[in-house]
Design a binder for this molecule. Structure first.
Ligand SMILES: Nc1ncnc2c1ncn2[C@@H]1O[C@H](COP(=O)(O)OP(=O)(O)OP(=O)(O)O)[C@@H](O)[C@H]1O
Ligand SMILES: [Mg+2]
Length: 353
């Protein structure tokens, strides 16, 4: 739709003025001959007609044209690819045209808001699919490679075949954990994952998680420590999701640690935010520099890809953690010093139990 240029004549005003003029002239020609001569009546009618034309056209310019131009700009904007709504000052009168203008303004704002949301989702999907296919390629190619080598003869070599099968298996496991994480993150990011809050005895849950990861920590030579400085902490959270946050943070503490390192979990009652507890997972590991600190919660972001991959990482753990914490309306803080270690702290709502 093309907008009427401001310089072009105002056709609606012209028509209104013309009809009014014709009506006035016709009326004058009917009435005036009764009171004056035909000649005077004719001239007077023309004069009244001209005055009517001028008045009606000017009035319609003032009352209608400016708002029609704004309305046409709004409608044109609605139909365009523009992502912002049209800015306009509205008008002070409260007539029908003003009502239409206001409602169109609201519709424009709403359409553009949805449009921006849709564009964001579309970009997210594109990026997500790109990331996913890229991440799936590595283990898939590895499995293909090992199987091909086995088929090419390595199968008959007892020294090699078992090792290759184990490698293929470990890549298949990676594919499996990757698909699980992907399903989880897409449910979290699209808001499909529901939070079912319940009262959780946090001290107990931490001990459970430590138990789950103890074997891995021992294998890596890392000590897991729960500094139970506050007893009987109960929080309101989704059980599975909170467990996942703890599992991911402690798992990272183990994976990105130094030999003979330590991972310590502590509580801190935060006085500034009433009703919250801060839970920290601190390690004595390699640390994170400030530039990477900004990015590690992005999906698939890994500082040292090969180290993360060697440890079976996909770069989704912290992104899942962040989503879960935000979905609980809580916050995640990261303190870290390269070479010294990192501390991941999150807040949780205390439950009055
Ligand atoms: N405690 C930590 N110390 C140092 N670096 C860390 C720590 N935690 C995370 N990182 C860095 O942040 C990156 C992202 O972590 P994230 O947990 O998201 O992925 P991952 O551990 O590589 O894989 P996943 O958790 O999906 O198995 C890691 O690859 C690592 O480089
Ligand atoms: Mg991780």
């Amino acid at each position: 739709m093309s907008q009427h240029p401001k310089s072009s004549p105002f056709y609606l005003g012209l028509r209104l003025a013309l009809y009014a003029t014709l009506a006035v002239i016709a009326f004058s020609l009917l009435i005036l001959p009764a009171v004056t001569s035909t000649r005077s009546a004719f001239f007077l009618s023309l004069l009244t007609g001209a005055a009517t034309f001028g008045i009606i056209y000017t009035l319609s310019l003032i009352l209608i044209r400016k708002r029609l131009l704004t309305l046409s700009a709004i409608i044109e904007n609605m139909a365009s690819d523009n992502t912002e709504a049209t800015e306009h000052n509205g008008s002070k009168s409260a007539d029908e045209l003003d009502f239409i203008l206001r409602e169109s303004g609201k519709a424009d704002t709403k359409i553009k808001k949805e449009f921006r949301r849709y564009k964001k989702i579309e970009n997210y999907r594109k990026e997500f699919i790109g990331d996913v296919s890229h991440e799936l390629k590595t283990p898939t190619f590895a499995i293909q490679g090992f199987i091909e080598t086995l088929l090419d003869g390595a199968l008959d070599d007892p020294q090699v075949n078992r090792k290759f099968l184990e490698k293929a298996m470990s890549n298949a496991n990676r594919l499996n954990s990757l698909t699980n994480d992907l399903m989880e993150i897409s449910r979290l990011e699209t808001g499909e994952m529901k939070i079912i809050k319940e009262t959780i005895y946090l001290n107990e849950m931490i001990k459970e998680v430590i138990e789950t990861l103890q074997h891995k920590a021992t294998q890596e030579g890392i000590t897991l420590e729960f500094d139970e400085n506050i007893k009987n902490v109960h929080v309101k959270a989704d059980r599975n999701q909170l467990r996942q946050v703890l599992l991911n943070l402690i798992d990272n503490g183990i994976k990105y640690n130094k030999p003979d390192g330590k991972v310590t979990i502590t509580f801190n009652k935060d006085d500034a935010i009433y009703g919250k507890i801060l839970v920290s997972v601190q390690d004595t590991g390699i640390g994170i520099d400030p530039h990477n600190k900004e990015r590690i919660t992005e999906r698939f972001y890994r500082i040292d890809k090969s180290r993360s991959r060697d440890k079976g990482g996909t770069g989704l753990g912290l992104s899942i953690v962040k989503h879960i914490i935000e979905a609980h309306n809580e916050r995640l803080f990261i303190d870290s010093e390269p070479g010294k270690g990192s501390k991941f702290t999150f807040s949780m709502q205390l439950s009055q139990k």
